[in-house]
Structure formats: structure tokens, C-alpha cells
Design a protein around this ligand. Structure first.
Ligand code: HEC
Length: 119
């Protein structure tokens, strides 16, 4: 009985998992500016006052769901389907994934290494 339950749960769960959309990072770059994400998250996704987005912590599906319904909507504005399509969010996601990190490695900061007692 329990096994049947798990099999059904797996089937339902599996059929709901949509494959990720193909994202266009170049277009995502334009959208990231257009929808003012940079205003809070910074141009490189890691220099704003808000949560670091580079590299993205979430997978694409979760990212889109989060943007539609952020846990803290007074801080992170929700973006509805009517304003930004899933495809556009997939493009923004692809852009974030394509970004190199602007932060230098800890090893390349002598003062930090001195504080850590490694030099
Ligand atoms: C008005 C400022 C503001 C704007 C504009 C904004 N964000 Fe945010 N965002 C935030 C804040 C603040 C948080 C952290 C929310 C919290 O504390 O729960 C956040 C959280 C997030 C998270 C969750 C990050 C994580 O790892 O938990 C994602 C993803 C995200 N934003 C993406 C975007 C994208 C993409 C855009 C543009 C379409 C955008 N945000 C626009 C302020 C903003």
C-alpha cells in the first residue's frame, strides 16, 4: 500500500516538473536593466544591498516561482506573469548564470590573508 502511494506520488511529482526553458542571456541582460533588478541587486548581481544573485542559488523553476511570489514582498517586489513572462525570467536567469564574479578571491587580498594569519 505504502509503495503504491510512493509510486503515485512520484508519478504526479514527475509529471509536474517542467523541463527548464532555454534562456537567452543577452536578452536577459537588457531585461535585468529594464526591470530594475540592478537597483537593488547591483549590476553584477553581487554589489547591491539586496541578496546576492550571482551565482544563482536557485534552479530555474524555483527562481521563476520565487519572482512571482517572493517570501518577503515588501522588500522584494513580485513580478507577475502579465508584466514579465516565464520566458523573460528564464532569460534573466540565464544572464545571471553567465555573469563572472566581480569579487576577488580571498587569497588575492593580502590584508585579509594577514588578518587570517595566513601570511
Ligand atoms: C526594490 C528592490 C528590489 C528589486 C527591484 C528587485 N529585488 Fe530581488 N530582492 C530584493 C530583496 C530585498 C531581496 C531579499 C528578500 C528577503 O529578504 O526575503 C530579494 C531577493 C531576490 C531573490 C532571492 C534570492 C535568494 O537567493 O534568496 C531573487 C532570485 C531575486 N530577488 C531576483 C530579482 C530579480 C530577477 C529582479 C528583477 C526582475 C529583482 N530581484 C528585483 C530586492 C529587490
Amino acid at each position: 500500500m505504502i509503495r503504491i502511494f510512493f509510486a503515485v506520488a512520484l508519478l504526479i511529482g514527475g509529471s509536474q516538473a517542467e523541463p527548464p526553458l532555454e534562456g537567452d542571456a543577452e536578452n536577459g541582460k537588457t531585461l535585468y536593466k529594464q526591470y530594475t533588478c540592478y537597483g537593488c541587486h547591483g549590476y553584477t548581481g553581487e554589489t547591491g544591498f539586496a541578496t546576492r544573485l550571482n551565482p544563482p542559488r536557485m534552479r530555474q523553476g524555483r527562481f521563476i516561482t520565487y519572482l512571482r511570489n517572493p517570501t518577503n514582498p515588501t522588500r522584494m517586489p513580485p513580478y507577475q506573469q502579465s508584466e514579465v513572462s516565464d520566458q523573460k525570467l528564464a532569460n534573466i536567469y540565464a544572464y545571471l548564470r553567465s555573469l563572472p564574479s566581480a569579487s576577488p578571491d580571498a587569497e588575492s587580498i593580502p590584508l585579509l590573508q594577514a588578518i587570517l594569519g595566513k601570511q
